[in-house]
Ligand binder design. Structure first.
Ligand code: M6P
Ligand code: ZN
Length: 179
């Protein structure tokens, strides 16, 4: 059996994969993405450490991940994850807050968008058919856990094409979903 350590804030051990996304690689998700300079583009927006014990697509398996999303703004929009539907659209996922604060932005298949505040200890059930993206609204790193099915997959294409139906912006110092 592989030895895995989930300290609560980090995940390490044999088989754990680490992915890092800088601003340049996700700039198209931001309304003001074109304003990102070369230097800003090198800045890491988030990292994901995940344990994927079975091949992607395996029915009945589970994946586990922890994401560290850094604080910041692109224009008036908070740093956020790319966001996705699941390829197997009816599969659900759990997110939970570990450290920092933010908003989990959710969008149903009908384009309706809503948000749930995430904070240390908050638990979020993301039903099948609901696109999900996390935004960091605080001044510190936002860390959250995730557990999803190994048959779920990531469908980024529809988000890349049409985005979410609303953007989370800093309006008068407060986060607000703006259509
Ligand atoms: C969570 C999970 C992962 C996802 C990651 C980053 O850890 O939902 O499946 O990859 O967040 O989100 P995204 O892939 O949308 O950038
Ligand atoms: Zn997901």
């Amino acid at each position: 059996m592989p030895e895995l350590i989930f300290s609560g804030k980090s995940l390490v051990g044999e088989g754990v994969e680490h992915l890092s996304r800088n601003l340049e690689s996700i700039k198209s998700i931001f309304e003001a993405g074109d304003s990102i300079t070369e230097e800003q583009g090198r800045q890491v927006a988030y990292t994901v450490s995940s344990y994927l014990p079975v091949t992607e697509g395996t029915e009945g398996g589970l994946y586990f991940g922890i994401t560290h999303l850094y604080p910041g703004l692109v224009g008036d929009e908070y740093f956020m994850t790319k966001g996705h539907f699941h390829k197997k659209v009816d599969t659900a996922e759990f997110y939970w807050g570990i450290e920092g604060e933010g908003v989990l932005i959710l969008m149903g298949r009908d384009g309706h968008v809503w948000g749930e505040k995430i904070f240390p200890g908050s638990l979020h059930y993301i039903p099948g058919g609901v696109a999900h993206r996390m935004a960091n609204t605080g001044d510190c790193v936002l860390s959250f856990g995730a557990c999803w099915g190994s048959d779920a997959g990531h469908d980024y294409a529809s988000i890349e094409k049409s985005g979410f139906g609303a953007r989370l912006k800093k309006v008068n110092g407060e986060p607000q979903l703006v259509k």
